[in-house]
Design a protein around this ligand. Structure first.
Ligand code: TMP
Length: 209
């Protein structure tokens, strides 16, 4: 057993996950907890190299299975070298995206099932699951507007996919929250950033030492 806690933030593109991950780390760290703030894909030198491979270049650079395997490979590095050791030291790990992103994104075209994506997670990362996951949810209209404005910019290989894809991703995330209400909390991301942070902190009450 360990006192460490593993918290993940999930959601579509541009929902403010990274801002909230930082705010949560500051608030919990300020309260005296030891925090490791990290992100996926990435978080270790090797996993950051895989991130670059995954997110740069044209859509056809990777087929969907390769893409899912690369995310799982980056996660295996991240879990074994950073997340698991930090949890064993009793730290709180706050991670911007984790396995639920693979379940939401890599399942969209129907080539890979949720069970297959979880198989990769079992093989690569010993099925490590978060204690709590927050999905930052935006109303459909706001989310697709943000995605559209990103599509006109220099978005990455996956962020640049069309709005049907991103709507399917959000529908997956909402389904996960519905299926696993104890672990996964849906958060209204249209509120002011400070209000969202306060909601997140309150929803961690049951995990506090
Ligand atoms: P980020 O922009 O939030 O850092 O995430 C990078 C992109 O990678 C984003 O479009 C979501 C995508 N992604 C997946 O498709 N599967 C995954 O498992 C993860 C962690 C991210």
């Amino acid at each position: 057993m360990t006192e460490g806690r593993f918290i993940t933030l999930e959601g579509g593109e541009g929902t403010g996950k990274s801002t909230q991950a930082r705010a949560l780390a500051d608030a919990l760290g300020g309260g005296g907890l030891k925090i490791t703030l990290t992100r996926e894909p990435g978080g270790t030198p090797g996993a950051e190299i895989i991130r670059e491979l995954l997110l740069s270049g044209a859509e056809e650079k990777w087929n969907i299975c390769t893409e899912a395997l690369l995310f799982a490979a980056a996660r295996a590095e991240h879990c074994s070298k950073l997340i698991h050791p930090a949890l064993m030291r009793g730290e709180w790990v706050i991670c911007d995206r984790f396995i639920d992103s693979s379940r939401a994104y890599q399942s969209v075209n129907g080539l890979l099932s949720d069970a297959e994506i979880m198989d990769l997670h079992r093989i690569g990362s010993n099925n490590l699951m978060p204690d709590r996951t927050f999905i930052l949810d935006l109303p459909e209209a706001v989310a697709s507007k943000r995605v559209e404005s990103r599509d006109r910019g220099d978005s990455d290989r996956i962020g640049g996919r069309n709005s049907d894809y991103h709507q399917a991703v959000m529908a997956n995330f909402r389904q996960f929250a519905n299926d696993e209400p104890d672990r996964i909390h849906l958060v209204d991301a249209s509120q002011a950033a400070e209000v969202i942070t306060e909601n997140l902190l309150q929803s961690l009450g049951d995990l506090m030492p």
